[in-house]
Design a protein around this ligand. Structure first.
Ligand SMILES: Cc1ncc(COP(=O)(O)O)c(C=O)c1O
Length: 374
C-alpha cells in the first residue's frame, strides 16, 4: 500500500503562529517545575505503573524520508487505555489528600470521568459523574463498573457541567474537572501535571536522541500544553510544536490566529470525539499561545483508514490499537510531508525525529470495531 499518496491524506488548513516565542520560565509560571516533578514522583509509585511503549514507525519514516517517527502508545496506559488515566486520577489523589469521607464529581465525555472514577475507587471515595446525552452508553457503563454513580443530563457537555456544579455546590462534593476557568485553575493544572508524565517517560526512552517535531492533538488543549510543559522541563532542545485539531472544532487554531481565546460554534461533531471542543481551557491557553509553532486541521475522512493501517502494522513493525483520537497525528504528518510548502516551512527532512502521541486505544470498543471494518 502506498501510504504517502498525496491524494489520500488531506488536511484542511495550516497556519503559523505569529506570536511564537518559546520561554521556559513563562511556561513554569502556569505550571511549576515542582508540580511537574511531584506528579511523576506520585504516579510512578502507583500499583501496576509502568511507562507505556515508545514505538518506532519505521516503515512510515522510510517512506516519508524522515529519520525517525516515535509513537507514544497510550493504549497500554493501565487498564484505562488512554493518557487521561494520568490526569484526573492524579488530581483526585492530590486534592483529597488521603481523606476518605469525600465525594468527587465531574462532568465528562468519557475518558476523563473514567480516570476520576478509577481513582475514587482506588482511594475508597464516592464518585458522581455527569455525562451528556451524546455520550455512548458503553462509556457510561465503563464508569459505573468502576463504582461511579453516573447521571445523564439532557443537552451538551456544557449542560452536564452546569448540572455538576449545581449539585456539587449543594452537596459539598469536590469537583474534579479537566477544564479551567477564571476561578478554577488548580485542579486542571494538576491534571496537566499528571499528563506530563508522558514526556518524562519519553525522555527516558529516547536515550539522548533529539526530537525535532511534536504533533499534539488538542481538544481544550490540556494534553498539548502538558506536553509543551514537559518538553520545557525535560528536553534540552525545543522541538517544533504542531497543534492538530478537527476542522469542525479548531478552537486552538482560531485562538492562535487572533492571539486571544476564541469560542467557536461546533456545527458538526467530529469522529475525533475527545477533540471536539469549542473553546481552549484557560491554563493550557496561557502555555500554548506563545509555545506553539504551527496549527493544522483535518477533516474526519482519513481517520478510519489510519486506524486500520495502525492495526495492520503498515506504519511500523508493531500492530497498534489506535483509537479515533490517536489517528490525527500520523495523518497530519503524512499530509505535511506531501505538501512541499508545509514540508519546507516546518523543516521536515531526513534529519527529522518526529514524535506522535497515540493518546488512546480502543476506549470505545464498539466505535473502534466499526471503524476497523469500514
Ligand atoms: C481521548 C482524548 N480525549 C481528549 C483529548 C484532548 O485533550 P485536551 O482536551 O486536553 O486537549 C484527546 C487528545 O487530544 C484524546 O485522545
Amino acid at each position: 500500500m502506498d501510504i504517502s499518496n498525496g491524494q489520500l491524506w488531506r488536511y484542511s488548513s495550516f497556519i503559523d503562529n505569529k506570536n511564537h516565542s518559546f520561554n521556559r520560565e513563562e511556561i513554569f509560571k502556569n505550571i511549576s517545575k515542582k508540580q511537574i516533578d511531584e506528579a511523576y514522583l506520585s504516579i510512578s509509585k502507583w500499583d501496576n505503573y509502568k511507562p507505556t511503549p515508545l514505538l518506532l514507525l519505521n516503515k512510515l519514516s522510510k517512506e516519508l524520508n524522515l529519520n525517525k517517527i516515535y509513537y507514544k502508545d497510550e493504549s497500554k496506559r493501565f487498564d484505562l487505555k488512554s493518557f487521561k488515566a494520568l490526569g484526573g486520577a492524579y488530581a483526585v489523589e492530590k486534592i483529597t489528600k488521603g481523606k476518605k469521607d469525600i465525594t468527587v464529581s465531574s462532568a465528562t465525555a468519557g475518558n476523563h470521568g473514567r480516570s476520576v472514577a478509577w481513582s475514587a475507587k482506588k482511594l475508597g471515595l464516592k464518585c458522581k459523574i455527569f455525562i451528556n446525552e451524546h455520550v455512548s452508553d458503553a462509556r457510561g457503563k465503563a464508569m459505573e463498573s468502576l463504582g461511579a454513580d453516573v447521571v445523564k443530563v439532557k443537552g451538551n457537555y456544557e449542560k452536564s457541567l452546569i448540572e455538576c456544579i449545581k449539585q456539587s455546590t449543594k452537596n459539598n462534593w469536590q469537583i474534579v474537572q479537566d477544564v479551567a476557568w477564571k476561578d478554577y485553575m488548580l485542579v486542571p493544572t494538576l491534571t496537566m501535571a499528571g499528563y506530563s508524565v508522558m514526556m518524562k517517560e519519553i525522555v527516558d526512552q529516547i536515550n539522548n536522541d533529539e526530537i525535532t517535531h511534536i504533533f499534539l492533538q488538542a481538544g481544550v488543549g490540556g494534553m498539548a500544553a502538558a506536553m509543551v510543559a514537559g518538553a520545557a522541563r525535560y528536553l534540552k532542545n525545543i522541538p517544533k510544536m504542531i497543534i492538530v485539531e478537527p476542522d469542525s472544532a479548531a478552537c486552538v487554531m482560531e485562538s492562535i490566529k487572533t492571539g486571544k481565546i476564541e469560542k467557536i460554534n461546533i456545527e458538526r461533531e467530529s469522529l475525533m470525539g475527545g477533540m471536539s471542543c469549542g473553546e481552549p481551557s484557560l491554563v493550557p491557553w496561557k502555555i500554548l499561545k506563545k509555545s506553539v509553532n504551527y496549527c493544522i486541521t483535518l477533516p474526519d475522512d482519513d481517520i478510519g483508514k489510519a486506524m486500520r493501517l495502525f492495526a495492520n502494522a503498515v506504519f511500523g513493525d508493531d500492530k497498534i490499537v489506535a483509537g479515533e483520537n490517536s489517528a490525527p497525528g500520523v495523518i497530519s504528518l503524512i499530509a505535511s510531508c506531501n505538501d512541499e510548502n508545509i514540508k519546507n516551512k516546518i523543516n521536515l527532512n531526513s534529519n527529522s525525529n518526529v514524535l506522535l502521541i497515540g493518546c488512546e486505544g480502543d476506549t470505545d470498543q464498539e466505535m473502534y470495531q466499526k471503524l476497523l471494518k469500514e
